[in-house]
Write a protein that binds this ligand. Structure first.
Ligand code: ZN
Length: 146
């Protein structure tokens, strides 16, 4: 499977860790939106699109955000077990919607997305990174500094 297009949407919000959203096309026929570029102390990495896991109310089956104490629909109290687990296991609130199964493909995807991101920001300081000229985001005109 090949990545045929990556569109980069830079974020300049308050969340300094989230640098960009990308939309990635595979084999010209399958698109995954909202793959995020995250900056950590160890450098950039990508985060796959995810959704918040919801808890169904045992009484009315309304789906509430994880961590809610009471049902937003009927007001019944929601399992405290799940609420107390929230702090130590907060990442499990988000489940990936789509993600690579193999390590190889994950590395390939991350490499391509980060290349596209660096090209978009024009901060390709690393000489080993050579983004392909085709198919990279055409929304913002590239600045030619070199
Ligand atoms: Zn309810």
């Amino acid at each position: 499977m090949e990545i045929t297009e990556i569109r980069v949407f830079l974020r300049d919000g308050q969340d300094k860790k989230l640098k960009a959203y990308t939309t990635v096309t595979f084999d010209d026929c399958f698109v995954v939106r909202n793959i995020k570029v995250i900056q950590s102390t160890n450098g950039f990495f990508i985060a796959m699109p995810s959704r918040k896991v919801k808890l169904s109310c045992s009484k009315c089956h309304f789906r509430n955000e994880v961590g809610s104490k009471f049902c937003n629909h009927c007001g019944a109290s929601i399992s405290v077990q799940d609420a107390s687990r929230k702090t130590e296991d907060s990442k499990s609130e988000h489940r990936d919607i789509a993600h690579p199964v193999t390590k190889e493909f994950r590395e390939y995807l991350q490499k391509k997305v980060l290349e596209a991101y660096e090209k978009e920001t024009g901060s390709s300081g690393s000489s080993e990174i050579k983004p392909s000229e085709d198919d990279v985001a055409d929304i913002i005109p590239a600045t030619e500094d070199f």
